[in-house]
Ligand binder design. Structure first.
Ligand SMILES: Cc1cc2nc3c(=O)[nH]c(=O)nc-3n(C[C@H](O)[C@H](O)[C@H](O)COP(=O)(O)OP(=O)(O)OC[C@H]3O[C@@H](n4cnc5c(N)ncnc54)[C@H](O)[C@@H]3O)c2cc1C
Length: 518
């Protein structure tokens, strides 16, 4: 492995769509260093050389805008949504051109609550994976972009009021400083704040915590989208079962095998996503099971059609000996998308000079209080590219970073008690800050999290840093949710079930341990 440089022009933190797309934009303007805390995505070669095509010609820009604004429940920034839609088409055309030698067929399909066929579909492979494959190959071909895996960022360094570099732990756990002119945070979601999540174990809110400690504004943290039907089997990843299954007529059954959605909404299983998720939580609460869940039932579908239209769902479940053409699928809601995050303008710029954020770690105003499913991949593509373009204009500095007096870390052993603390935070957040929130529950969560703070204040290992980051993000979610005394989008409170536009048609911003609305 090549060592880390002491100085570079641009640092991009992350290895997902936003990070790779930004790096492509930056490659002509200086040296770019991509840092990932685990490995970069790798892909097996494919034989399939069929031509890519975009079948989304029935869409209408105004309708996509309307669907997104409606999902955002009053808090989207219409300018941000318009950019997403206008530039989304260009970014996808560009991808199809870059990937034409290996991409399989991409087309658009209908998904609740979209009003038109608009979900990019990759016929057998996830659209996200296809996009990553194409971007990775493009990045690999760029001379000025280098990639280093297994690097953990412990601090964003500032000089005066601007970013001057990073403190990191390299693969061996050795502390190191890297000076640079600008940093892009593209670290994705924060699902690991909750005990039930579809997110990978890397989603520990590192980007949000790094930005917050560097003085960047973090906002709208109370808005977390929960997927209603994530696979629930012991020791199996919480794979989200697509909304499309319910749109096509899948049933939801409780522990007694009764269909229950009719009690909650006239549209039954086709009711809006949040309502379905809350109905499932209620059925789980009244169930007498020790470890409750509900079932998604597609056994009445034509088996051949089911396998043809949902090949990934079929194959993923089969991998765990679950034949969905014959067996009921155990499901539970799970934290899926972080809608708040590091506040940026429409070019990914934060309030700290030289610090940018893009993708799920950022909040641009695209999603508002809730997300239209499938808009996040597009957001990472469009806003990753915009942030990369904007960073090209940052004035270059060529200094070397001073040693960090706080850097005395190692890779292990794990800080004592850290895993237990993470588990406690995740369980607390799931029970008190999940789909249905109450004042008492949230007050309890804030108090317990504040009491835990001293135990997490001086992390010595990577896992210790992750625990501190999860803890900070949990506190930001809990304080913001407690401060928003209404229900809106993905934030639902039993004590305030309605909107309060007069007081809360605003964004929350965390300032120290306070939350303000702007
Ligand atoms: C199971 C699942 C299915 C989904 N399906 C869809 C879908 O169908 N449509 C849709 O629009 N959206 C979907 N989403 C959401 C979508 O995948 C994400 O919103 C999108 O990929 C975000 O892109 P990103 O580049 O911001 O972050 P990511 O793609 O999450 O990438 C973040 C990267 O940052 C790295 N990282 C994290 N912390 C650090 C750190 N401290 N240092 C260095 N690197 C770090 C991670 O390892 C990762 O490589 C899904 C999400 C999940 C979890």
């Amino acid at each position: 492995m090549k060592g880390l440089p002491a100085q570079t022009d641009f640092i991009v933190v992350g290895a997902g769509i936003a990070a790779l797309r930004a790096a492509i934009e930056l490659a002509e303007s200086g040296q770019v260093l991509l840092l990932a805390k685990k490995e970069f995505p790798t892909f097996k070669a494919r034989d399939d050389k069929s031509e890519a095509e975009w079948l989304g010609d029935e869409d209408d820009v105004i309708l996509h805008l309307q669907d997104t604004l409606e999902a955002g429940d009053g808090l989207c920034n219409p300018a941000a949504v318009k950019i997403l839609i206008d530039e989304g088409a260009e970014r996808i055309d560009e991808l199809l051109a870059w990937g034409k030698h290996h991409t399989t067929r991409l087309s658009f399909e209908l998904e609740n609550p979209h009003t038109r066929s608009r979900r990019l579909h990759a016929h057998g492979e996830s659209a996200g994976k296809q996009i990553l494959r194409t971007l990775s190959q493009k990045v690999d071909s760029l001379k000025h972009v280098s990639q280093t895996a297994f690097v953990f960022i412990t601090e964003l360094r500032t000089e005066g009021s601007r970013i001057s570099g990073l403190s990191v732990l390299d693969e061996k756990g050795t502390p190191q400083e890297i000076a640079c002119s600008a940093v892009l945070l593209a670290t994705g979601g924060s699902g690991q704040v909750f005990s039930n999540t579809t997110n990978p174990d890397t989603a520990t809110a590192d980007g949000i915590a790094l930005a917050f400690h560097a003085g960047a504004e973090v906002g709208d943290m109370e808005f977390v989208q929960f997927h209603p039907t994530a696979l629930f089997m012991k020791k199996v990843p919480r794979f989200p079962l697509p909304e499309g299954l319910r749109a096509e007529g899948a049933y939801l059954r409780n522990f007694e095998l009764d269909r229950f959605m009719g009690k909650y909404h006239p549209l039954g299983e086709r009711a809006p996503l949040d309502l379905v998720a809350r109905a499932i939580v209620h059925e789980m609460e009244v169930s007498r099971a020790k470890d409750p869940f509900v079932y998604l039932d597609v056994t009445h579908f034509n088996a051949a059609k089911l396998q043809k239209h949902f090949p990934r769902v079929y194959a993923s479940c089969m991998a765990y000996n679950l034949d969905i053409t014959e067996d009921l699928i155990p499901v539970r809601p799970a934290a899926h998308c972080t809608l708040g995050g590091v506040r940026t303008d429409l070019d990914g710029k934060t309030n700290v000079a030289g610090l940018y954020a893009a993708g799920e770690v950022a909040t641009t105003g695209v999603h508002g209080a809730n997300r239209l499913p499938s808009n996040t991949l597009l957001e990472a593509l469009v806003y990753g590219a915009r942030a990369g373009k904007a960073m090209r204009n940052v004035e270059k500095v060529s200094s070397h970073a001073a040693p960090n007096p706080k850097a005395a870390y190692s890779n292990g052993p794990v800080d004592a008690g850290v895993e237990e603390l993470i588990g406690q935070i995740q369980n607390l957040m799931w029970s008190e800050l999940g789909l249905v929130r109450t004042r008492l529950g949230m007050q309890k969560a804030v108090k317990m999290l504040e009491e835990m703070a001293p135990k997490l204040a001086h992390p010595r290992t990577r896992r210790g840093h992750e625990a501190a980051n999860v803890h900070l993000a949990a506190l930001l979610v809990a304080r913001s949710a407690l401060a928003r005394e209404e229900s809106r989008g993905a934030h639902y409170r039993m004590d305030y079930p309605d909107h309060d536009d007069k007081k809360f048609l605003k964004h929350s911003v965390a300032r120290g341990d306070k939350v303000v609305f702007v």
